[in-house]
Design a protein around this ligand. Sequence first.
Ligand SMILES: [Fe+2]
Ligand SMILES: [Fe+2]
Length: 190
Amino acid sequence: MLDENELWVLSFYRTSEISGALFFGNLAKSMKPGSIQRDMTKHFSDEAMHAWHWSSCIEKLGAQALKLTEAYQDQYVAAAGMPVNLMEVLAITQVFEKRVINQYARHSRIPGILQEVKETLATIMADESWHIEWVQAALKEMEKEYGADLIVQTLKRFRQADEEVYQKTIKEHEARVLHLTDRYRAGGKK
Ligand SMILES: [Fe+2]
Ligand SMILES: [Fe+2]
């Protein structure tokens, strides 16, 4: 059974995956033909599928996903500024994807984690590592156009923004994940 905090966390993941799918979907729609267009299309379809994996996981655990308005991504543009070109879009994506995979990896290490949640995290993380790979390769390609230094600086700027957003807005999330850890440690897994 899911308790209130765990349902909130899994619902938050679902909402964030939907925001990712919509963001990348819009980009994929407006892109010129080429390998980035192709990979971005696969990327957004993965994020949409992840939202479904969370919906399905929550349902298997006897609940329904909460309707949440906030997603982690929503804070990004405010903190980092709107990406002004494709290189910046890919840089912000790279930073964001690393944050997601780290968060999912941390969650999957919680002692006594529910099997359904562990399996869902593992399924999703396999896709997330491809997301980091293809974006990294595309950024490497862009060194010719933008220069390696500018790309490094841009990544650094978005990493700072990411850290800021993480510290500021994920406190509630953190508190809820820590609560799960305490509950599992206390042997409260049901
Ligand atoms: Fe995802
Ligand atoms: Fe992703």
